[in-house]
Design a binder for this molecule. Structure first.
Ligand SMILES: Cc1cc2nc3c(=O)[nH]c(=O)nc-3n(C[C@H](O)[C@H](O)[C@H](O)COP(=O)(O)OP(=O)(O)OC[C@H]3O[C@@H](n4cnc5c(N)ncnc54)[C@H](O)[C@@H]3O)c2cc1C
Length: 626
């Protein structure tokens, strides 16, 4: 028999982290709304999503009132840290080149024990007035158009119930085809171009990273805790995460790009079928221990659980609909865990849902259309950071540049926008959609550069060249986050964006064309504007056209200053000189202005860049003397 339960305003189908965070936010914003969560489990479960980054950290402490709770019950996170191996993966942790920080992050982020987090949030949200029904398995729903209530049916303790609601929020994670009625309205779009898979598990009695190394190795990070960082053991085609989640339990996982690991011609160092081996806990345990860093930590450890997922990346056609339904968290989609983005996306979705609930019915269609566009744009943008990039994950040289661009852009644009509460402003979302094509073009150009750089280093045989014994403090970008708290504005953020793009393009060109500190040249910087950078390719062809541009720009400078028409031709060798070679030849020897023009050219050519990111953040990698 089906029993009807009284109406509610919002129903969340699924009570995982997305439902818990978003429902809490909405209850705080709309205290009088009735919110119900239907969750099939009765106990929390360990699941991935343990590491939070800046946006989610802010959301937890600023918007959800969970600061004290997180500090007292979970682990504060000491940023992200990367270790690079040689091709045999047999370097000890001290020998691996490392990218990290020696200061603690300014924005609070946490490593969450997801099991505990779920159970605590169920209790805390219930105390806030959210109706949480544990053990309630949802069967299906009816979506009613024309402002009629939606309806959900679920089973609980052997009984079938039905529940009417104004908004239905699908939050069942990657459970796929649950709610056939709704699933057919909003099908999954596969993302086979980004063919990544993962396997993971938790261990206890794991070695303490902070007791492993020598004193000088610990000193180089200012004795800050490496244990509390999200550790990434990097390799070509895959990476292994190490995340402590409290009570001496540590999560280990591997994420790999099947396009690379399955390619016979890839020359990859993986000599087994990863997909097959990583289906079982034994295969997983055995494979991750091939990396000496992991085997050092797992020497006396015991495995507690194991899970795997075959195809991580996908998305739904729509985030929300004017028939009052929305898909949040992994129900909407997922790309890649590399930068721990899951709870960040959830935080932004909470803001979008607040808008939807505030929207007048006659404007809802328009808002829905805008949000669907925004969510797809955001998905496409974040996806650019990952697709094809596993190619370069094994090389310190590649990632030292890519990591800087990805992180700096993240804190400078994503955290700044969230910190400044721009998601509350519909005009901001509209502007983001309008500028999406340009943003995507620029991001794509730079990210393709990283792939081209990886391939170049492989061809040159120098891919692993600097994986031994270096450390880079590029994660000290936290300084930039400190600025965001103190004295930041949109103009500064845009300037930093320009500078980080210029800097990273120059660093790639340095390696590709064997140049020296191109990023320090004010003249090069002046000519790398946003529209030029959108066309960037790490290739001979692009470099030739950029040199032509420099030649024309130099000619223009001289024409303006001295009213002399000259054609300057620049080549890559000129970057090592005081002034381009061709200039001396192209100036008539008897010209009365010759001396002044040469001086002017030299001044322009050797002018120093005012790149704020370079000046404040970039410390060249150091050789360790451990
Ligand atoms: C390998 C990997 C690593 C990741 N690492 C990170 C990370 O470090 N940081 C990060 O922020 N994100 C990470 N993510 C993403 C993160 O896991 C997700 O963002 C997050 O778990 C999504 O939460 P959710 O609530 O949407 O789904 P889930 O947490 O899966 O919750 C869904 C809930 O719905 C319930 N449910 C399902 N069907 C029904 C039904 N019919 N009736 C009732 N209840 C139902 C389930 O029991 C479950 O509790 C990672 C993801 C993967 C795959």
């Amino acid at each position: 028999m089906q029993e009807h339960i009284s109406d509610t305003d919002i129903v969340f189908v699924g009570g995982g982290i997305s439902a818990q965070l978003i429902s809490r936010y909405l209850k705080i914003k709309f205290p009088s709304k009735k919110i119900t969560i239907l969750e099939r489990n009765t106990h929390g479960k360990w699941s991935p999503g343990e590491s939070t980054v800046g946006v989610a950290g802010l959301f937890l402490i600023r918007d959800l009132g969970l600061s004290t709770y997180c500090y007292l019950n979970h682990l504060p996170k000491n940023g992200l840290r990367y270790f690079f191996q040689n091709s045999e993966e047999n370097l000890s942790i001290e020998q691996c080149s490392e990218i990290g920080s020696n200061i603690f992050p300014v924005f609070p982020t946490f490593q969450l024990d997801r099991k505990r987090f779920s159970e605590d949030l169920w209790k805390m949200n219930s105390d806030l007035g959210i109706d949480i029904k544990l053990g309630a398995e949802v069967q299906d729903c009816d979506i009613n158009q024309n402002y009629q209530l939606n309806n959900v049916s679920y089973s609980l303790n052997g009984q079938i119930y039905s529940l009417n609601c104004d908004w239905l929020i699908h939050a069942t994670g990657r459970s796929g085809k649950i709610l056939p009625n709704l699933h057919s309205k909003n099908p999954v779009i596969e993302d086979l171009d980004h063919s990544i898979s993962a396997a993971w598990g938790r261990y206890r009695k794991v070695g303490d990273l902070d007791c492993l190394g020598s004193k000088s190795w610990r000193k180089r990070v200012g004795f800050t805790s490496r244990y509390l960082s999200t550790i990434h053991c990097m390799a070509r085609g895959y990476w292994i995460w190490i995340i402590p989640i409290g009570n001496n339990i540590v999560s280990f996982g591997i994420v790999y790009d099947r396009n690379i690991t399955e390619s016979n011609h890839s020359g990859i160092e993986v000599d087994i079928n990863l997909n097959e081996s990583l289906q079982t806990s034994e295969g997983f345990d055995c494979f991750i221990k091939r990396n000496q860093v992991v085997s050092q930590l797992l020497e006396n450890a015991e495995m507690l659980d194991f899970q795997s997922a075959e195809q991580l990346s996908y998305r739904r056609e729509q985030f929300c609909h004017s028939d009052h339904w929305a898909f949040v968290g992994e129900s909407f989609g997922f790309i890649d865990p590399f930068y721990s983005p899951g709870s960040d996306v959830i935080s932004r979705q909470a803001y979008l849902l607040e808008h939807l609930l505030n929207s007048e019915e006659d404007k809802l269609e328009q808002t829905v259309s805008m949000f669907n566009q925004y969510c797809h744009y955001e998905f496409d943008l974040i996806r650019e950071l990952y697709v094809g990039q596993y190619e370069g994950f094994g090389s310190f040289d590649v990632f030292n540049i890519k990591g800087l661009w990805d992180f700096h852009t993240y804190s400078n644009r994503m955290i700044w926008n969230f910190y400044d509460e721009r998601f509350k402003d519909m005009d901001f979302i509209r502007r983001e959609i309008d500028s999406a094509p340009v943003t995507l073009r620029l991001t794509r150009a730079i990210q393709k550069g990283f792939i081209a750089l990886s391939k170049f280093l492989q061809e040159e045989g120098t891919y692993y060249g600097r994986n031994h014994g270096l450390y880079s403090l590029r994660q000290n970008r936290f300084r930039n986050e400190e600025d965001i708290l103190l004295n930041y504005d949109e103009a500064r953020s845009l300037e930093e964006h320009l500078h980080i793009c210029q800097l990273c393009i120059c660093e790639m060109l340095n390696i590709r064309f064997n140049l020296n500190e191109l990023e320090c040249s004010g003249f090069v910087q002046e000519n790398l504007n946003f529209s030029v950078m959108q066309t960037f390719e790490l290739s001979d062809k692009w470099m030739i056209s950029f040199c032509q541009r420099l030649g024309k720009s130099l000619s223009r400078h001289i024409r303006r200053q001295y009213d002399v028409k000259l054609d300057f031709h620049i080549s890559t060798e000129d970057f090592q000189m005081e002034m381009p070679k061709s200039i001396i030849a192209s100036l008539p020897k008897d010209s009365p202005k010759r001396k002044f023009i040469l001086e002017a050219v030299k001044a322009i050519w050797t002018s120093k860049s005012n790149n704020s990111v370079l000046n404040e953040l970039v410390i060249p990698p150091k050789k360790t003397s451990i």
